[in-house]
Design a protein around this ligand. Structure first.
Ligand code: DAH
Length: 345
């Protein structure tokens, strides 16, 4: 009886397999625990005939040792396996960086300008980037043979008929669309992307951004224009900022002017940013030409208006002293991450 049990247990112990430490412990209890099978055999051993005791005692001891050795072996093996299958983690490694994006400088400047004019009561109006000749040129009083219509400047989408499609060369086209559809009085700014067939360099690009402004009402005067630009310049460049207006020419405004702001770097003393003049050019403006009002169905004897237009890249260049226009379009992270979004929401 005992011999058969010993044989069976030896077989079982030999075949023992465990995957976890818990299973090893269960096996130990099963064979070697206080009520375990091997322990039980030792109790049975007391009833064995004295002449057999010697032989059985020896095999029983061997069984106990075999069981203990096997349990020990399993304990170690399972320990190793668990360690081997555990993910190899080095908790001292630095975490994976998750860099936050930031607003593009042109987008930051656009938002600032929109916010300033919103405070002055202006709405935002947008128009299509693919425009027709009528809204970009004709309705803005460009004579048929004006050089800006030339293939040199304009990207045409379709040509060969009276009103070809083209990529707008300025956001003044949105003025026209706004005057066509909005009830008077009109007070809007129109930010947007514009396109010109220019060779790309540090100072020119074929894609850039403008903000157009338009105010049409009864009795709008040049003094109103000057005041609006002065208030804008002071909000944008600081309360000390001065402006000056130089006579200029645009087909869609009469009279027209170019506006300079006092250099906010040298405060008028002259530096390399303002090229020693103390002034920085920021926009073009003027009183909306009566022809332009009439083209959009506005009675120019009753209404008058002013308009202005500025380049966003240029304003951003002045603000952050960027010296090459191409930086804005190359998406180099080293450049883009220079612009804090702390003022953004
Ligand atoms: N459209 C002009 C340009 O692209 C900018 C401009 C000048 C807009 C004078 C205006 C203006 O509204 O009055 O260069």
């Amino acid at each position: 009886m005992i011999r058969e049990d010993i044989e069976r247990l030896l077989g079982e112990i030999d075949a023992l397999k465990c995957k976890t430490q818990k299973e090893v412990e269960e096996a130990r209890v099963k064979f070697l625990g206080k009520k375990g099978e091997v322990t039980r055999l030792f109790e049975e051993f007391r009833t064995v005939a004295p002449e057999l005791k010697r032989e059985f005692g020896k095999t029983l001891n061997e069984l106990k040792q075999t069981a203990a050795a096997k349990i020990e072996e399993l304990k170690n093996a399972v320990g190793d396996e668990a360690a081997a299958s555990a993910p190899k983690q080095d908790l001292s490694m630095p975490g994976d960086p998750m860099p936050l994006g930031s607003r593009h400088p042109v987008s930051i400047v656009r938002q600032e300008i929109v916010d300033i004019f919103r405070k002055f009561g202006y709405d935002v109006s947008e128009g299509p980037e693919i425009e027709d000749d009528y809204h970009v040129f004709e309705a803005l009083n460009f004579p048929q043979n004006h050089p800006a219509r030339d293939m040199q400047d304009t990207f045409f989408v379709s040509a060969g008929h009276l009103n070809p499609l083209l990529l707008r060369t300025h956001t003044s086209s949105v003025q026209v669309r706004t005057m066509e559809k909005m009830p008077l009085p009109i007070r809007v700014i129109c930010p947007g992307r514009v396109f010109r067939n220019e060779a790309i360099s540090a100072r020119a690009h074929c894609i850039f951004h403008q903000v157009e402004g338009l105010y049409v009402d009864e009795n709008v005067t040049f003094a109103d224009l000057k005041q609006a630009i002065l208030l804008f310049a002071r909000e944008m460049f600081g309360a000390e900022t001065e402006i000056r207006m130089r006579p200029s020419y645009f087909p869609f405004t009469e009279p027209s002017a170019e506006v300079d702001v006092s250099c906010n770097i040298c405060h008028g003393k002259g530096c390399n940013i303002c090229k020693g003049t103390g002034w920085l050019e920021i926009l073009g403006c003027g009183m909306v030409d009566p022809n332009v009002l009439e083209a959009s169905g506005i009675d120019s004897r009753k209404y008058s208006g002013f308009a202005f237009g500025m380049g966003l890249e240029r304003i951003a260049m002045l603000k952050w002293r960027v010296n090459d226009l191409r930086h804005y379009f190359e998406n180099d992270m080293r450049f883009l991450s220079e612009f804090s979004t702390s003022t953004e929401v």
